[in-house]
Structure formats: C-alpha cells, structure tokens
Write a protein that binds this ligand. Structure first.
Ligand code: HH2
Length: 276
C-alpha cells in the first residue's frame, strides 16, 4: 500500500513514524519549546536523526480548551519552518484546519495536509482538491477543541467514527481526490472519553474495512495518563506501547513526539515479524 503525496509516494510496507513539530507556545506536552523557526528547524533535524520518516508541522494547539490562533499568526509560525524543512528531502505535513494555511503551505511545497477537522471548514476540501497530488489525513473529531471534552457521547464509537471517515472520504472522492492520496485517523482524544479511546484501540481493526491506511496518534495523550497514573512528561513507555499496539492492529503511520524510542521499538517489532 502507498500514500501518494506531493513529492513522495510513501511505501507503507514498513510502518512510518511521523514526528511532531509543534511551533506553538501552548501545545499540551511540548508547548513553547520550538516556537521560533530556528528552534523548530533544529527540532526537525533532531527528529530526522532519530529516524522520523515524515515531519508534521503545526502552528495551532488542539489541546482541549486551546484558544484559536488567528490566521496571520498561524502562517507566521508555520511557513518559515516549512520552507526551511523542504531541504531535508522528507515528506512534510502541515497540521492545520484552516483552508488558507493549507493553500499557502501547499504553494510553499508541503507534501501532506493533516486536518484534525477532516476538511470540514468551508474551502478546505477545495484547497486539497485544487492541488494535483498532495496527501491528506482525515481525522475524526467530535465538536471542536474548545468544547470537545464536555461529556462526549456515542451509541457505538467505533461505528460512528467509521461512518464519519467514510463520509469524509466520499466527499473528497466526489471532488476528484484519488483514494491513494488519503489516510484516515480515528482521532484519539478528540471528543472521546477514556473508554471511547480504548474501544477504538481494541476494535481498531474494524476501521481497516474503510480500505485506506490508518494513522494513529496516541503519543503522550491523557488516556495513557489515565491508564498509568502518570503526568504528560512521564508517558514515554506508555506512548511507545500504544504505538506498537496501533501498528500490531493495522496502523501504517504513527504520529509521535518521541521518535527515537518509537523507531527502536518498531525495529525490534519488525525483527520479530510483527510489523511487516
Ligand atoms: N493529535 C494532535 C494534533 N494533531 N493529528 C492527527 N492526524 N492525529 C492526532 O491524533 C493528532 C493530530 C494533538 O497532539 P499534539 O500535536 O502533541 O498537541 P497540540 O494539539 O496541543 O499541539
């Protein structure tokens, strides 16, 4: 299976590690650490040295209750990092919900649009469809970051997430976006309780029926805190275990903060014949 993106046709035979580059002052686990272009680019280099396959660059925190970032500010954060990172010769993803950020990032040469809102803002589908070949990650979220953790409720979270992702995929196909440009993400922690997230983990294989590669983002998330009783800066082991579980259950891309540990774990997993 492949993921077609702007410059790269990414082979997914080996699970891919997407390293997180948050150019934000307020991300939930690493806010403020890489919030100028120089520091963010140094972080990109570090993640690549650790074995990241893809870099995901974001300028707006999506943590529960996060304040929205104005368009100009998000562009100011993201574009210089994107421009500087093009020279690394790896797939670059831009983590945004804003159509104008998507457009400008794609003009600049971004390979992938990663949208936690699955291209639901007006103009977002058009921004991706107007591009001849960028990749896109469609993620499920219930509500928006300001309100999403206020009593999320589902009859059957796995079925509802699956139906949502199918609907979003169909909407994009109707605009002429080839299926091989699309990957899908159930959106761990986005409008979901601990039980919802764990149901999505246990029944992750059901989402494979959608026929597109799955991307999972468990890294440092609060469900791992609920399972282990650990604060966000002590969730390395839990994050690596969750990434391995996701791969074992069929994910082809994992979005992580701790690239070195995840890459090492996946190498051992692969040697055991478990992540082929
Ligand atoms: N999670 C976060 C942000 N973007 N994108 C995808 N596709 N899947 C995810 O699970 C996902 C995502 C939240 O994590 P992080 O970027 O570390 O935090 P923040 O949103 O506070 O910057």
């Amino acid at each position: 299976m492949f993921w077609q993106t702007t410059r790269f046709r990414i082979a997914l035979a080996r699970p891919q590690v997407m390293g997180i580059v948050n150019v934000t002052p307020d991300s939930f686990s690493d806010g403020g650490r890489h919030d100028d272009a120089g520091r963010a680019l140094a972080h990109c280099e570090k993640l690549l040295a650790e074995g990241a396959d893809i870099l995901d660059i974001g300028g707006e925190s999506t943590r529960p209750g996060a304040a929205p970032v104005p368009l100009d500010e998000e562009l100011r954060r993201v574009l210089p990092v994107l421009e500087g990172a093009l020279k690394f010769g790896v797939p670059l993803s831009v983590d945004t919900v804003k159509p104008e950020v998507m457009r400008r990032a794609l003009e600049c040469g971004a390979d992938i649009v990663n949208d936690i809102n699955a291209l639901r803002l007006p103009g977002a589908e058009e921004a991706v469809a107007a591009h001849p070949g960028c990749g896109v990650c469609l993620m499920h979220m219930r509500g928006d970051p300001a309100t999403m953790q206020q009593r999320p409720a589902y009859d059957d979270v796995v079925t509802e997430v699956s139906e949502f992702l199918r609907e979003r995929m169909t909407a994009l196909s109707a605009r002429g976006v080839a299926a091989e440009r699309i990957v899908l993400d159930p959106g761990i922690g986005f409008g979901k309780s601990v039980e919802h997230n764990l149901a999505l983990m246990r029944r992750q294989r059901e989402l494979l029926a959608l026929g597109r590669p799955l991307l999972l983002g468990w890294s440092r998330k609060s469900t791992l805190g609920a399972l282990t009783g650990r604060p966000v800066d002590e969730r390395l082991a839990a994050s690596v275990a969750a990434a391995l579980a996701a791969v074992q259950l069929g994910a082809r891309i994992v979005r992580v903060h701790d690239v070195a540990a995840t890459v090492d774990a996946l190498k051992v997993w692969g040697a055991a014949g478990l992540a082929a």
